[in-house]
Each structure stands twice: as C-alpha cells, then as structure tokens.
Design a protein around this ligand. Structure first.
Ligand code: BES
Ligand code: MN
Ligand code: ZN
Length: 491
C-alpha cells in the first residue's frame, strides 16, 4: 500500500473521503463536492440517520458531475483526538477494502486542531490496520484480498504531515515485525529461527548477539535452560542494542518472555486451545518490535532488548515437578509445575540484564499468567512495578497510545505463597493472586533496579478485529513502549 501527501484539491478519480461535523455541518471539501454534484451531499444528509457523529459514515456512489467512484462522508463529531484519528484511518481502510476500491483520497480540512498532524495520524491508523498475515495462504480468492492500493491525504501543510508520517511509519514497521513473529507457526518459529529473524535488525544499526546453550550454561542460567531441556530445539538468549545517545548514557532495558511453544511440559496443558501457545513468545516479540521501532526512527536513547527463547516440551529429558534448578543469580528454585515456565526464563534474562548493563530501568513483558486474563480481560495489560515514576510513565504512554495498563500491587506478604521447604523458592504460588505471586517471583531477580513487569497474556493476541488492529497477533506494547521512550527518556 502506498501513502501519499499533497495539497488540498479534489482528485479526478477514485474514492473521495470528506468529513462532516456533528449536526450535519459540512467541511469545506464536503461543500465543494455538494456544489459539483448539484446538491448530492445535502440530499444524502437529509435522507438518513447520519448526523456527523464520530464513527458514522455515509456513502454516495458514482456521483453525477464527477469522475469519482464514490464519496465517503465520515463523521468528525465535534473534532477528533489522536486515537480517534487513527481509528478513522483504520475504518476507512477496512471500508475501501470491503467495497473493492483501489484508490482513495481523504481531504483533511476540518475537525482537528492540527490538520497536518491529523492527516499523518489517519494514515498511520490505516497503515496499522493494513497488516495481514497471509504468508501461508495459497488459495485465497482475489476478491478476498485487499483492493486498496493507494491512500492519499490532502491537507494544508502536507510536507509537515509527510514528515510526521515518516516517523510513525517506522513505528508501524516495528508493530508489523511483532505481529509477524507472534502469528508465525511454532514449527517454523523456534528459538534458532526467532534469533535469525532478530539478526536482520542489524540492517537498521541494531547490534545483535545470540547466546547458545553452552554460553548460557557457563553463565549459570539453570532456570532458563531447565525449561528448554525437553525440546529438540536449542534455547537461545538474544541481546539487541540500539545506541542512539551518548556512549556514557545509561541504557533503558526491555526484557521479553519468548516461549516459542508452551505445551506446559510434563505438567501438560489440556488439548483444547493449546495452539494458542504459539504466541507465548509475545513478550519477546514485542521487545523485538520495539527495537525495530526505536532503531527505525533513530531514537536518541540507548536501548537494550533481551529475549529468552525456549520451547517448553514434554520429553524423556524434560524437567520434572520436584526438580530444583539453580538460576544465574545463585538462587535455587523448586519446580512444582513445569507449566509455570515463563518466570523461570525471565529469572535468568532479568538477572543477566541488570548484571551486565546496569540499566536506568528494566521493563519486562510476558504472556505470563492466565490469571491476568481473569482479572483484566482483553482491555488492559497488568503492570507491576517497584518504582512509581516508571509505572506512571508506562501508564501515561498506555493512555496516549490506547495500549492500556492497570497497576497491580507488589507486597512481601505474598512471598509466603512461593516459599519452598526444599529450595529458596518454588515456581508457583497456588491459585490466589496468581499474577501477583508470579510478579513477586520475578522481583527477586532484578536486584533493586527500577523495574516494571507487564503481564500481556490477555493482549498479545486478539480474536476480534479492532479499528487499527486486525485479529491475530496485535503487536501490543510496541506503540506503548516506543512512546514512553520518546516522551520520557530521549535527549
Ligand atoms: N503461557 C502461560 C500463560 C497464558 C495462559 C498465556 C493463557 C496466555 C493465555 C503460562 O506459561 C502458564 O502456563 N501459566 C500458568 C501458571 C500456573 C501453572 C501457575 C497459568 O496461568 O495457568
Ligand atoms: Mn506455561
Ligand atoms: Zn507460558
């Protein structure tokens, strides 16, 4: 799909999108079209329920007196904020594809404080919505494929809009990278191939190191390695580094759970829905996408991404309930349930990150617990933090991007649930407060670094189409973290 920006004027062909504000108040473009069509817009506005409220649309086909295929009138309400502009872009794209339109031009001349910025946000929303995972489809009919080839935005100050979009487009590249990784089938995406995909970020100036099992053994990563030992696929730890600020500037660190498939291991999951566990690498996918976004837009920050990649399989060599493993931190963990594997992977990835990089903060992301879905459903990810400023910055970025977060408590009184009679701790804390005891577990591996944990189990995948997110892998967290870096941590 091609996105372009130009000055205001009516296009001679293709679809035109024009706004109407609340109370059927026509924008200049709508008035212009009305004049050329001998009053078709006014007549259309008089004939139905369309009032110009946010989210409404009204279509005029093959307008007389014009060479265009269609006029799509879109409700602007009393003006659109940034998220509403993105949503509008997404809905326009979906509509044009559903009717088989190939080219559309949006005349952005009213309905926002900053029209050039609005045009960029509309294009960004359309781009985000245009994602498809169709690599594995060989028989899709032509009339099911997207038809729209070009979306043009016409606006005063189009050069400013074009520049703003160029940056947003890089963030969308990061979101698409995450969605590709999350959607990939687990026979093709496993630790080694995931690491190979991440290696491609070197083209953007990201330094990528891949640690194999031998190196992790030498570092003493018994917790991570224990999870992967039942798989024929070797585990990997991938370290990504983007240096966009001065060398001596302390880095920001993102750490992701990358379980490329979670069968539960010997504590095997039930069969129903187990295919969903291909996206149990969603946290790692988001970290990789954030690295692509910050590198793509050349963020003025030093950013580290660390992802622990393993496959959790039942096998003759798999780890058993009752095993005790020693993590890189030296702390020992009694395995009670091999399905509580994400925290074991993160234990070593977190310890390694704080120990090697001494970052300003660590944010980890993980599809960690089913319990977070019971708590928050699919509207918020849970955030757990040992630092209020970090938590507030994350929550603010979540509001700005629509990738919402809700804070949960951390408290030492939950620790007794993960006491073990045989080791320093056990890997499950029973049913009560399952997401919190998981976070309490992780906290033992951050060594007082300012830290936040995002439990994204309810957010990494969507069963429903949303305005800017098609169903499937969502890329949740890329926009959120990229925005947090930009708003709070860049020079
Ligand atoms: N990957 C799962 C959590 C999950 C569940 C993510 C559903 C997405 C959708 C995690 O590894 C897991 O199995 N957690 C267990 C922990 C329990 C054994 C303490 C859970 O949530 O049931
Ligand atoms: Mn599990
Ligand atoms: Zn898991």
């Amino acid at each position: 799909m091609k996105f372009s920006f130009a000055s205001l004027s009516l296009p001679k062909s293709g679809a035109i999108v024009a706004g109407v504000k609340e109370g059927k108040a026509m924008t200049p473009a709508a008035k212009d079209i009305d004049k050329r069509t001998g009053g078709a817009v006014k007549r259309a506005l008089a004939s139905g329920r369309f009032t110009g409220a946010k989210g409404q649309t009204l279509e005029i086909l093959a307008p007389a007196g014009m060479g265009n295929s269609r006029i799509l009138l879109v409700g602007l309400g009393s003006g659109l904020d940034m998220l509403a502009q993105q949503a509008l872009g997404g809905r326009i794209l979906a509509h044009m594809n559903s009717v088989g339109e190939t080219a559309a031009t949006f005349l952005v001349d009213d309905g926002a404080d900053d029209l050039a910025e609005a045009a960029a946000q509309i294009a960004y929303g359309a781009r985000l919505k245009s994602y498809r995972f169709d690599k594995y489809r060989t028989k899709e009919k032509a009339n099911k494929k997207p038809s729209l080839r070009a979306l043009a935005l016409r606006v005063d100050g189009f050069a400013t809009a074009r520049r703003a979009f160029a940056v947003l487009d890089k963030v969308a590249d990061g979101v698409f990278f995450t969605r590709d990784l999350v959607s990939a089938p687990p026979n093709d995406l496993y630790p080694e191939t995931f690491a190979a995909e991440v290696k491609k970020l070197t083209e953007l100036g990201v330094k990528v190191e891949v640690l194999g099992e031998k190196q992790m053994q030498r570092l003493g990563m018994g917790a991570l390695l224990g999870v992967g030992q039942g798989s024929i696929r070797e585990s990997r730890l991938v370290v990504m580094r983007w240096n966009g600020a001065a060398r001596n500037k302390q880095p920001l660190a993102f750490v992701g759970k990358g379980v490329t498939f979670d069968t539960g291991g010997i504590s095997l999951k039930p069969a129903g829905g187990m295919e969903d566990m291909k996206w149990d690498m969603g946290g790692a996918g988001t970290v990789a996408g954030v690295m692509k976004a910050v590198a793509g837009r050349k963020a003025k920050a030093n950013v580290i991404g660390v992802i622990g990649l393993v496959e959790n399989m039942p096998d003759g060599n798999a780890q058993r309930p009752g095993d005790i493993v020693t993590s890189m931190s030296g702390q020992t963990i009694e395995i009670i349930n091999t399905d509580a594997e994400g925290r074991l992977v993160l234990a070593d990835a977190l310890w390694y990150t704080q120990d090697r990089f001494k970052p300003q903060f660590i944010v980890d992301l993980a599809t960690l617990t089913g319990a977070i879905i019971i708590s928050l459903g699919h509207e918020h990810a849970g955030v757990f933090a040992n630092d209020d400023t970090l938590s507030e910055n994350l929550i603010a970025a979540g509001k700005a991007t629509g990738e919402k977060l809700w804070r949960f408590p951390l408290n030492k009184d939950y620790d007794k649930q993960i006491d073990s009679p045989a080791a320093d701790m056990k890997n499950v804390g029973g049913r009560p407060a399952g997401s919190i005891t998981a976070a309490q577990f992780l906290q033992r591996f951050v060594n007082n670094t300012p830290w936040a944990h995002l439990d994204i189990a309810g957010m990494a995948w969507s069963g429903k189409d949303k305005d800017t997110v098609p169903k499937g892998g969502t890329g949740y967290g890329v926009r959120l973290l990229d925005t947090m870096v930009k708003e709070f941590y860049e020079d």
